[in-house]
Ligand binder design. Structure first.
Ligand code: ARG
Ligand code: ZN
Length: 509
């Protein structure tokens, strides 16, 4: 019986750990604009389209160059108007970087292959923190200017609509964590006890490489990380090769599926890359972990179930979306993050009795968050509610539906007492609050009770398939749920996602 109590306790702890704050905060009200504004019309496969210049000053074309703080340079996110950039679509990033652990110095060249979505005389990349030495567009030096967290680039020759072009940015410096508009702690590059890794969700990627830093612009990646001999440099994706030179190694990794900027990671330090052939067989996916040097899968109890977990979630959600998976175990992060194909875990989480729950949670994000990305940050419940619900599905598998129902009911009632923000309208400065995770997951449970198990799992599979390698907003999910269930579900979603208090669960089948 301890297990039962333990689990629900563990889930609460997890939610707190993930949010980095208590999260249930009655004083935190969402900005009114977030509640009242209609979400920007985002394309569900947005990397193929972009919004035309609407005269708001957001478009690149016609932007008055170097004329003081621009109104908003972003891609159109309703919560983070400065993030991302319209006007072009990145196809591929090559991060060719040298890292010196002793000095914590990062430097090199990022090559960005992009397609212009409109004629461009200037365009912006998100960037902050490090120093840019030079910028070239199609091999010719280009003028650039830093304006707030953007680098505004003026190629010598304007770029025509639909043209493919290449940007090389040479840059370097000491990478550090940076403040975030969305979480109350620093994110980005992290250096702890000789380990280096990246935790960029949601707006920290542009503090370690210049990028179009919004999930609407997904791209493939090549990582070439040059480090001293004896240091391991892992990155998102598939290991390609380790090129050795005098006293150095270049570790090459490829991410062949589209990935959003915040999910790109490197993990550098005294680590072993550990393959797990038995789990790979279970999963039908090559599993490789990045573990503290000298440790193996057997040293991290629970980790041996990763293959079984992939197989189970693939049964529920459809095929695992990428060509590899694994986790990295690091020090000093305090939580876990679903970096694409290489989720990052704090060592303390990996040693906790709820490690399995977090393993499921980050794994589920590979479908929901990574393959199907957010069209806008305010829909964060589409990531966290879904990953939290996957934890419940694992509990149901291990301990039965009755245990699940009891636990959810207890947790639901906790929200009657404390103030909270409805998960569909989270405060922009506290995106990862507890209600996003837990009431988000309850929203899916209410949907399941309303439409029945068959339709519910059809909806999850169809959602993962239809928006795979793309992005979606809440309205896409609601429309799909209505289509598959042939039911009118607006009221249900409004009650759970927007309104207060937390509704009672429907009776179910
Ligand atoms: N998405 C993470 C999770 O799995 C939470 C991340 C919160 N922390 C952060 N640095 N953004 O729950
Ligand atoms: Zn999560």
């Amino acid at each position: 019986m301890w297990r039962r109590t333990g689990l629900w306790l563990s889930l609460a702890l997890l939610a707190a750990a993930c949010s980095g704050t208590d999260g249930v905060d009655s004083s935190a009200t969402p900005p009114t604009s977030a509640v009242s504004s209609t979400p920007a019309p985002v394309s569900t496969m947005a990397s193929t389209t972009s919004e035309p210049d609407d005269g708001s000053g957001r478009g690149n074309e016609g932007f008055t160059r170097f004329a003081g703080p621009p109104e908003s340079l972003g891609i159109g996110d309703n919560y983070f108007p400065d993030l991302g950039n319209p006007g072009y679509d990145v196809n591929h990033y090559t991060l060719d970087l040298v890292f010196e652990p002793a000095a914590t110095r990062l430097g090199g060249v990022v090559t960005i292959e992009a397609t212009a979505l409109q004629a461009l005389t200037t365009f912006n990349l998100d960037f902050t923190g490090l120093t840019i030495d030079s910028v070239a567009v199609d091999g010719s030096e280009a003028a650039f200017e830093l304006i707030e967290e953007d680098v505004v680039i003026s190629p010598q020759t304007p770029i025509a609509q639909d043209e493919e072009f290449t940007i090389d940015v040479e840059y370097g410096g000491q990478p550090r964590s940076t403040g975030s508009g969305a979480v109350p702690f620093g994110i980005g590059w992290t250096t702890v006890n000789g380990q280096n890794y990246v935790v960029a969700e949601p707006d920290g990627a542009h503090s370690w490489f210049p990028s179009n830093d919004h999930p609407l612009d997904k791209a493939t990646y090549t990582f070439r990380i040059n480090v001293p001999d004896g240091v391991t440099a892992a990155a998102s994706g598939t290991f390609v090769e380790q090129i050795t030179d005098v006293g150095r190694s270049i570790w090459v990794w490829e991410m062949r599926s589209p990935m959003t900027t915040y999910l790109a990671t490197v993990v550098i330090g005294d680590f072993d890359i550990v393959e797990d052939p038995a789990a790979s067989l279970d999963a039908g996916v090559a599993i490789r972990h990045v573990l503290p040097a000298g440790t193996t899968v057997a040293d991290w109890p629970g980790l041996e179930r990763q293959g079984e977990m992939i197989a189970y979630l693939a049964e529920l959600f459809g095929p695992y979306p990428f060509e590899t998976y694994g986790i990295a175990i690091v020090e000093g992060f305090g939580a876990a993050l679903e970096n694409q194909t290489l989720s990052l875990f704090d060592r303390n989480l990996a040693e906790s009795f709820f490690f399995e729950d977090v393993l499921i949670h980050e794994l589920a994000h590979q479908w929901f968050g990574d393959s199907v990305s957010l069209g806008q940050w305010s829909d964060i419940w589409l990531n966290e509610g879904f990953a939290s619900y996957a934890e419940w599905l694992w509990i149901e598998r291990e301990q039965g539906r009755a245990t699940l129902e009891t636990g959810i009911a207890v947790e639901r009632d906790q929200f009657d007492e404390a103030g909270f923000n409805a998960p569909g309208v989270p405060p922009s400065f506290d995106l990862f609050n507890r209600a996003v995770y837990r009431v988000g997951a309850m929203t899916l449970h209410a949907l399941r009770l309303t439409v029945g198990d068959d339709a519910f799992f059809d909806i999850l599979k169809a959602y993962a398939a239809r928006f795979a390698n793309g992005s979606a907003v809440t309205a896409d999910f609601v429309a799909l749920a209505e289509e598959i269930s042939a039911m009118e579900l607006d009221d249900l979603f409004d009650a759970w996602l927007i309104e207060q208090p937390v509704p009672q669960f429907p009776p179910g089948e």
